[in-house]
Design a protein around this ligand. Structure first.
Ligand code: AQP
Length: 336
């Protein structure tokens, strides 16, 4: 039986991924890659929707790909590629933008949040059409499963609507995908501001746990994480967001339920708890960090691997794109 397709990606918007990307995305990707025919992309075209430095973008793209591999994505088993190396993404995005309503795109909360943060002058048209490019990413591969954090659910919903709209106007072309959203505890918050989600491109790095941070830096960030004055390790997102966040991290990395974490630390103070969280993170991150640095030591080999994978992705993507061009009535050049 052929495996169902899976697509997901991350933006190369920082030198290092953060623990939210790891727990909220990479850990599920790793677990799902055997069951699905998985495509994992470093979505560099998405990363240029905000200002970027060219040399840094190239470096961050390699670094992100290396972290995928180091975290357990196997480029022989899954297709791990850089989005801009498959031109069909940008091409399909243009087509899809022709069936996307302006009002529909304007309702996307990520755009509203980001455009507010950057202000009208820094907000690009590409930031507005970002979800249409994401729809193209997903639909090109006839994707069934899209594992994303719940912040991305609205974008997958738009993708489903566009697929259904295209199919009904032009004939069955796209598989309608389903989001695969991990539970609330897979969402990780900033250690210094536990009301905001942790982000790799956050302005202040003090509350962000980067995969590639030095051990001493990680330790310091965990020990300084905001808690509360109750002194009890108990999960309560509303009243105890800092402690609850550390419990989510500890639970995810040790494979323990939150009730088991509460039992483990019953009658023990936050100092003890934080040390255990720190040790769990360091134990998980150290091999990932070491392997990432090793992969980055040989950029030519990494580039070769990515190119082979991009060629594999392009084969699938081109087939979908070709059907799309045909269906909407673009005059195709005769085959040579
Ligand atoms: N804090 C988080 N907790 C759980 N999951 C998270 N993800 C991101 N932050 C958390 C998931 O990781 C993937 C990365 O998606 P992305 O790179 O496209 O961008 P993002 O969601 O905007 O992630 P960041 O780290 O916040 O990046 P920047 O700072 O560039 O915007 C997605 O599956 C996401 O749900």
């Amino acid at each position: 039986m052929t495996k169902a397709r899976l697509f997901s990606g991350m933006q190369p918007s920082a030198d290092s991924l953060q623990i939210g990307n790891y727990i909220g995305a990479l850990m599920q990707w790793r677990d799902m890659q055997s069951e699905f025919d998985a495509f994992f992309s470093v979505v560099d075209l998405h990363a240029i929707t905000v200002a970027q430095d060219p040399a840094e973008l190239r470096a961050k793209t390699r670094r992100t790909a290396a972290q995928y591999i180091a975290a357990g994505i196997e480029p022989e088993k899954s297709t791990l590629f850089v989005q801009s190396q498959v031109p069909a993404h940008a091409e399909l995005a243009w087509i899809l933008s022709s069936i996307t309503g302006f009002g529909e795109a304007g309702r996307m909360t990520q755009f509203k949040d980001k455009s507010q943060r950057y202000g009208a002058d820094q907000t690009t048209v590409a930031l507005f059409t970002y979800p249409v490019l994401m729809a193209a990413d997903i639909l090109l591969y006839q994707t069934k499963a899209v594992p994303v954090g719940d912040d991305q659910k609205q974008h997958v919903e738009l993708t489903r609507n566009l697929a259904e709209r295209f199919n009904s106007r032009f004939g069955e072309t796209f598989t309608v995908p389903d989001p695969v959203i991990p539970g609330e505890t897979a969402r990780i918050y900033d250690l210094q501001d536990p009301s905001s989600k942790m982000s790799k491109s956050a302005e202040s790095q003090a509350g962000v746990l980067y995969l590639l941070d030095d051990v001493a830096v990680t330790a310091k960030k965990v020990m300084r994480a905001v808690t509360d004055s109750e002194g009890v390790v108990r999960y309560d997102r509303a009243e105890k967001p800092g402690v609850s966040n550390l419990m989510s991290i500890y639970g995810a990395l040790t494979g323990s339920a939150l009730s088991a974490v509460e039992d483990e630390f019953a009658g023990r103070g936050y100092g003890d708890f934080k040390k255990a969280v720190r040790d769990a993170i360091v134990a998980e991150f150290e091999p990932v960090r070491a392997r990432t640095l090793e992969l980055l030591d040989d950029p030519a080999e990494l580039d070769r691997l990515l190119a082979v994978n991009a060629a594999r992705a392009a084969e699938v993507a081109e087939e979908t794109l070709s059907a799309v061009y045909e269906r909407i009535g673009l005059l195709r050049a005769p085959r040579a």
